[in-house]
Design a protein around this ligand. Structure first.
Ligand code: GLC
Length: 474
């Protein structure tokens, strides 16, 4: 397939124009170059937004900016043990940073959420940071950076923060609402899939990056253990298809003890009607959230696609997921790939779960809006499962509108036909997502930068065993 040269040229220009320099060296890309003065913090480098820029730079052999980014952000990590709840916990990476000039000296200023709307701290930044470090190491072959003492310490501090036992005993990570890409109240607290698939990806990255300090390094052990538990848990309990739905409808509730089948005490009456009508005969997906008495049946694109690309999904689940996306391309791809989640929260649900958020009205922004940056995830998943046409069609759809619409942050409406009502223009990850998708389609071997060669080694037979014991399965 040939790609529209003008669109590609402009996307590349946008990415370069978004570059931020620090002491004369490029260290990242701003979130958006919208000329509107109300840009709030979109002129900062967001770690999660930079991931896609980093992938594009790495695919194009321009690794300097990625190395500088890593070298600088490693110093932004919070490293003090905190007893003060207003300070970022040890190991946390910031959501974003900016360059400030004071008395002719440049300084990087990090935001851990203390200035963010609603003061949300980023659970995902540390994960994305590990993923970028692993992608950089993989693409360049330069493992000296990751092996250096400073970087090894940073990796271990991130693991300390995320692997510490806390107030529950699930392998999934417990998070507050809006602590990741969806950074507003959307009922995505607890154990949202987007965070869990990222957690899995980050642990796989850490596994490759950690240099064992002794023969039985506890960090290496903990990473392997958790990978096994997480894989088992998500594959077993988050997967949804017709057969599982039928079983669920027949569940007994209030089961106690070892032989419980309905382990999370899910009430069959909570199965929403849309799901019954929407689930295809063939195909399935990972649901959005699972916790005590709570299943969130919404489809979240990023979590599902990352689960596929990074092997959290097994082979059949990968196939099932792409079948479902193909079958529901009107809903999920529509006129601008890709919807962030489906369906939108409406009516009373919208009021209660979003807090009547006027930005997250049904089929807008995080609440069922279409985000072109997700093209990179779709392209990677399509290559991995050999459904190239799906990604090629999506890229052509995007190419028809992105330049004319000035690279909006997101689109609105059931099929993504309207530019997002509050969308920034010249959003960097819109351009980067488009570029990453075409680079991947043009040279599928780039997939190695963002995915893993081997299937996860569930050496974790022991992990599987203990996870099974905890949930009392044989
Ligand atoms: C919005 C998005 C967030 C993104 C930020 C900068 O807040 O929800 O995910 O990182 O904009 O683009």
């Amino acid at each position: 397939m040939t790609f529209n040269e003008n669109v590609e040229k402009e996307a590349w220009q946008r990415l370069q124009d978004a570059t931020v320099n620090y002491n004369g060296k490029p260290v990242g890309t701003i979130a958006a170059a919208d000329p509107n003065p109300e840009t709030i913090n979109y002129n900062q480098v967001f770690i999660r937004d930079f991931v896609i820029s980093a992938m594009v730079f790495l695919m194009k052999g321009q690794s300097d900016i990625v190395r500088h980014f890593l070298q600088q952000t490693v110093y932004l990590q919070s490293t003090e043990k905190q007893m003060d709840c207003f300070k970022p916990g040890r190991g946390l990476m910031p959501a974003s940073f900016r360059v400030e000039t004071m008395k002719d000296k440049e300084k990087l200023v990090a935001d851990f959420g203390q200035n963010a709307i609603a003061r949300v701290a980023p659970v995902d930044s540390g994960f994305w940071w590990l993923y970028i470090l692993r992608a950089y190491t993989r693409a360049t072959g330069d493992d000296a950076l990751a092996k250096s003492e400073k970087f090894q310490k940073c990796i271990r501090l991130i693991l300390d923060l995320y692997l510490t036992a806390s107030f529950e005993m699930f392998p999934t990570l417990l998070v507050p609402d809006g602590s990741f890409m969806i950074d507003r109240r959307m009922g995505v607290y607890g154990h949202p899939l987007d965070v869990q698939s990222l957690f899995f990806t980050a642990l796989r990255s850490a596994k490759e990056l950690l240099v064992p300090r002794e023969k039985k390094d506890i960090y290496v052990w903990a990473v392997n253990e958790r990978l096994g538990h997480l894989l088992y848990h998500i594959r077993t309990y988050y997967w949804m298809n017709r057969e599982i739905l039928d079983q669920l409808n027949g569940y007994h509730v209030e089961e106690y003890g070892e032989n419980a089948i309905n382990k999370f005490n899910i009430y069959p009456a909570t199965v929403p009607e849309w799901l019954v009508n929407w689930l295809p005969e063939a195909g399935g997906f990972f649901i959005g959230n699972l916790g005590p008495g709570r299943m969130d049946y919404r489809f979240f694109s990023q979590g599902n696609l990352m689960s596929l690309v990074n092997d959290l999904a097994d082979k059949e689940q990968c196939r099932g997921l792409m079948d479902l996306i193909g079958k529901h391309s009107d809903d999920l791809i529509g006129r601008m790939p890709l919807k962030i989640c489906y369906p939108a929260l409406q009516g009373q649900d919208w009021k209660t779960l979003t807090g009547s958020d006027p930005k997250n009205t049904p089929w807008s922004y995080h609440n069922g809006g279409h985000w072109p940056f997700l093209l990179w995830n779709l392209a990677a998943a399509a290559i991995k499962t050999d459904r190239i046409h799906l990604a090629e069609n999506a890229v052509s759809l995007a190419a028809q509108r992105l330049v004319r619409d000035q690279w909006p942050e997101y689109y609105d409406g059931l099929d993504g036909s309207a530019i997002g009502k509050k969308a920034r223009r010249y959003q960097t990850w819109t351009a980067a997502g488009y570029l990453a998708a075409i680079e991947l389609l043009r040279q599928p071997e780039h997939l190695k930068i963002l995915s893993f060669d081997k299937k996860p080694d569930v050496q974790s037979c022991s992990s599987r065993k203990s996870a099974k014991q905890f949930f009392h399965e044989t």
